[in-house]
Design a protein around this ligand. Structure first.
Ligand SMILES: Nc1nc2c(ncn2[C@@H]2O[C@H](COP(=O)(O)OP(=O)(O)OP(=O)(O)O)[C@@H](O)[C@H]2O)c(=O)[nH]1
Ligand SMILES: [Mg+2]
Length: 452
């Protein structure tokens, strides 16, 4: 099926030095020629060489057409383009109108408007990118910290693909051998020894486990690290929140029960995003509205990556946060009031939001916990897993485990082994996009913006 030629503005709308309009598809060159006048653009032009010219509203042949911009046109002959198709990129003047008129002119000439991520989707379908690389493109666009951007670019350069191939390739050749042995049932020597199958499966299982261990890092890079400040009323949560933000964001007051709703704010530090959440103080017998606030505190604590458990003078009571899954950092507050006399020997963190004492130490404690999340490792490996990867890899991991167990405890036979291996491989294939459905592509590319 011949695809349409699509057009979209590839740069953000609004004032700026340049705007890029991208035209891609089988008719990209001929459509461009209709709206762009240049002695160098046409049949014998060189690919990847920008040429100067004038863009026209409507097609040049139309009598009512008029010049809309001066621009450079960059023809990229497929397959050597981002999408793998013939592409023309117009570098126009920035601003709202010129680029909008160029898109309209291209549409007038016959191009269809591109949907979200449609250029990247075509790149995937033309084999220019794997699905996880396409997702890395979206991650790069959405990155809010340097670490997230670095992780995304490494994944785009093939980080995750390399890791996936290291799992997939040996399993594919194992499947070929298992299936091969099915065709020669008579010749026993071709059957793959179960120990060999088990050993290959165990290696794959281990590698899947290593990737899964990177999953939290992927989410933290994408979303930021959620740090919840919790503790009894009046211990100084809002004050510490403001001190960490270096901004007077949350209301502070001597009356217990000041904070009712969760107040959240973002801090970018050392290339990483922290999301701090100030919460309502935890106490027995709250009034009705306060209770609603406390319910929200629990919700935030349950979703937290790190909890700062604040206490004023007594030692932090771990019972205050039963079943907290996230690492808890106990913090003593109001150190300027002299509550820290015997604290240092316990190596507890002591801070004063009023004087700023101990705040650097708190950041170091946060950094230490964050190191355990393996963010750096995920960034340097280019393995920035998302929910979709995680789900598929987790299914692979448990299916591998089941197959290993079957092979160790009974003889399922090559046919069953082959079927299970194929299903494991197709789960893995969905991560890279070697195996895909229309529905899968829809869900991946809906995250993209138009023009990418
Ligand atoms: N001396 C001193 N007072 C502090 C410090 N931090 C907070 N306070 C005071 O303690 C009181 C309560 O502070 P908040 O930050 O509102 O405490 P909170 O834990 O958010 O209180 P709730 O929202 O009511 O749960 C205020 O009077 C603050 O000025 C500190 O480091 N030193
Ligand atoms: Mg408060």
């Amino acid at each position: 099926m011949e695809l349409d030629t699509i057009v979209a503005l590839a740069t953000p709308e609004g004032e700026g030095g340049l705007a890029v309009v991208r035209l891609s598809g089988p008719e990209a060159f001929s459509l461009a020629e209709q709206v762009f006048e240049s002695s160098h653009f046409g049949r014998n032009m060189e690919s990847h060489k920008a040429v100067y010219g004038i863009l026209f509203s409507l097609t040049k042949k139309d009598e009512t057409s008029y010049p809309i911009d001066q621009a450079l046109a960059l023809p990229l002959r497929g397959p050597n383009s981002y999408t793998g198709e013939d592409t023309v990129e117009f570098f126009c003047h920035g601003g709202r109108m010129a680029a909008r008129m160029v898109v309209a002119a291209c549409r007038e000439a016959g191009a269809q408007p591109a949907g979200p991520g449609e250029f990247t989707r075509r790149a995937f379908l033309n084999g220019k990118l794997s699905l996880d690389q396409a997702e890395a493109v979206a991650d790069l666009i959405h990155a809010e910290s340097e670490a997230a951007a670095r992780g995304a670019i490494r994944q785009l350069l093939g980080g995750l693909d390399g890791q996936l191939s290291a799992i997939e390739d040996p399993l594919l050749s194992l499947l070929a051998r298992v299936e091969g042995s099915l065709e020669f049932v008579e010749e026993e020597e071709v059957a793959v020894p179960p120990e060999e199958i088990i050993s290959s499966l165990k290696k794959a299982h281990e590698k899947v486990g290593e990737l899964l261990a990177m999953a939290p890092a992927g989410r933290l890079l994408r979303e930021g690290i959620h740090v919840v400040l919790a503790g009894a009323p009046n211990v100084g949560k809002s004050s510490l929140f403001n001190a960490l933000l270096e901004e007077d964001r949350a209301i502070v007051d001597g009356e217990a029960g000041t904070t009712r709703d969760v107040v959240s704010a973002r801090v970018v530090r050392d290339g990483r995003v922290f999301l701090f959440h100030d919460t309502a103080g935890l106490r027995e017998d709250p009034d009705r509205v306060e209770k609603m606030g406390i319910d929200r505190t629990w919700k935030k604590v349950n979703e937290a990556d790190i909890v700062l458990l604040l206490t004023e003078s007594s030692e932090a009571d771990p019972e205050l946060l039963p079943d907290c899954k996230a690492p808890v950092i106990p913090v003593r507050t109001k150190s300027d009031l002299g509550n820290d006399a015997n604290l240092l020997e316990n190596n507890e963190l002591c801070v004063s939001s009023h004087t700023g004492a101990g705040i650097d130490g708190l950041w170091s404690a946060l950094d230490l916990v964050v190191q355990g999340f393996r963010i750096q490792e995920a960034v340097s490996m280019g393995v920035v897993l998302n929910e979709r990867h995680l789900h598929k890899l987790a299914t692979c991991g448990s299916d591998l485990q089941i197959l290993i167990h079957e092979l160790e405890t009974e003889a399922p036979g090559d046919e069953v082994t082959g079927t299970m291996l194929s299903s494991i491989l197709s789960q893995l294939g969905e991560v890279s996009g070697r195996v895909f459905t229309e529905h899968l592509l829809e869900s991946v590319f809906q995250r993209f913006c138009v023009g990418k």
